[in-house]
Design a protein around this ligand. Structure first.
Ligand SMILES: *Cc1c(COP(=O)(O)O)cnc(C)c1O
Length: 390
């Protein structure tokens, strides 16, 4: 079934890769008689802990629950302020509101599209308790600068590393150092358990609190009797999800190599097409060309809308018509009705406002072919040329 104007197969903006071994392992868990949190979860957490250099790791039902529990572990709540970025999935600031704290948005750096760490100090007040950076598309912030700021102002860091599984900083894995580091294993992420997430913690005491928070605040059950000593929720990860994660970890190096190779091809293909179309004057913004630290979760371009007689929605619609899926990650959170009603204004972070309005995610996932990249670059540049203001 094809609804587009081409006979070529549709390329979605992303697609998860689960191999036969993973599918067989899921079937085995389903037949085992124990399907919720159990031995596979314990094995997944132990394997993740080893992956992160021995730091404690606990898993949760999704990345949002993981970040909420990270804030609770850090003791952040009513009256506290948390500094974060307006360009993220809305979960980032929703969880801050959810624990009763106040998100404080600092504008982004237009090159990295991450929070501008040079602006963080200006946003600190006596109520600031934490910084919550986001590594958009898997590109980390300057981690030395981040932790220098945190030390200087005595702030906790809750890293929203949802998109950064496998990313590095100076040859160290994101998550293997730092304060509280939260990952998501949602279907679109580089490593997926369908839905899920994990938190890297500092010590066994924090891990104990995280365990209680994910299961009703339970301290014990069984023949010793039952007790609850704090208010927890129901945010546990099941063995079905955990066994998927164990197999995704084995595939991760090949996923990573493929994503990096495809990203390299994008730069080459887009530049070649721009040159042959003679539209070098258009300020099409490409990602930071970082093949060492980034896990290439996404490949995003920022459209030069002021130089075009077209808006982003129309560009996306025409690409779709050519059999190419795209996404928007993300409009500035401060523009959403909930946040406007709380008094936030998009003009306060003008770079985020512009990029949120003009950013577009091109397809990037391990199952793509080299030909797909060429086809996408040609289609994108063709549309830009058609609508370029003279
Ligand atoms: C995916 C994502 C989350 C939330 O993860 P879920 O597993 O969907 O709850 C949070 N922040 C960012 C930046 C994300 O990309």
């Amino acid at each position: 079934m094809s609804v587009n104007s081409t006979s070529l197969p549709f390329i979605p903006f992303t697609r998860p890769s689960f191999n036969q071994e993973t599918i067989d392992a899921v079937a085995e868990v389903l037949r085992s008689g124990w399907v919720t949190s159990g031995p596979k979860l314990a094995e997944f957490e132990a394997t993740l802990s080893e992956y992160f250099g021995g730091r404690p790791v606990r898993c949760f039902a999704n990345g949002t629950a993981t970040m909420k529990i990270a804030l609770q572990v850090a003791g952040i709540g009513e009256g506290d302020e948390v500094i974060t970025t307006p360009i993220s999935w809305v979960a980032t600031s929703n969880v801050i509101l959810g624990v009763g704290a106040k998100p404080v948005f600092v504008d982004i750096d237009p090159i990295s599209r991450n929070i501008d760490l040079n602006e963080v100090a200006n946003a600190i007040t006596p109520n600031t308790r934490a910084i919550m950076p986001v590594y958009l598309a898997g590109l980390p912030v300057n981690m030395d600068q981040l932790y220098a700021l945190a030390n200087q102002y005595h702030l906790r860091v809750i890293e929203d590393a949802a998109q950064a599984f496998g990313s590095k900083w100076k040859n160290r894995k994101i998550g293997s150092f730092g304060d509280l580091v939260s990952f998501s294993f949602q279907a679109n992420k580089n490593l997926s358990t369908v839905e899920g997430g994990c938190l890297v913690l500092n010590n066994a005491d924090e891990a104990k609190v995280a365990e209680k928070l994910r299961l009703q605040g339970l301290t014990r059950q069984g023949i010793d009797g039952m007790d609850v000593d704090m208010l927890g929720g129901k945010d546990n990860l099941t063995d079905v999800n955990a066994v998927i994660g164990l197999h995704q970890l084995k595939q991760l190096p090949s996923f990573q190599a493929r994503r990096t190779a495809l990203a390299r091809q994008y730069f080459d293909a887009i530049r070649t097409e721009v040159k042959s179309a003679g539209i070098e004057n258009l300020k099409l913004e490409l990602p930071v060309e970082n093949f060492i630290d980034s896990n290439w979760h996404m490949f995003q371009v920022v459209l030069p809308l002021e130089q075009l007689n077209v808006d982003r929605a129309q560009v996306m619609a025409e690409l779709k018509d050519l059999g190419i899926g795209t996404g928007v990650h993300y409009p500035a959170i401060t523009g959403f009705t909930l946040y406007q009603n709380l008094g936030y204004q998009t003009q306060d972070t003008p770079i985020a406002e512009r990029i949120g309005r003009s950013i577009m995610t091109l397809p990037l996932f391990p199952g793509m072919t080299d030909e797909d990249i060429g086809r996408i670059a040609k289609a994108l540049v063709g549309i830009l040329k058609k609508y370029a203001k003279s």
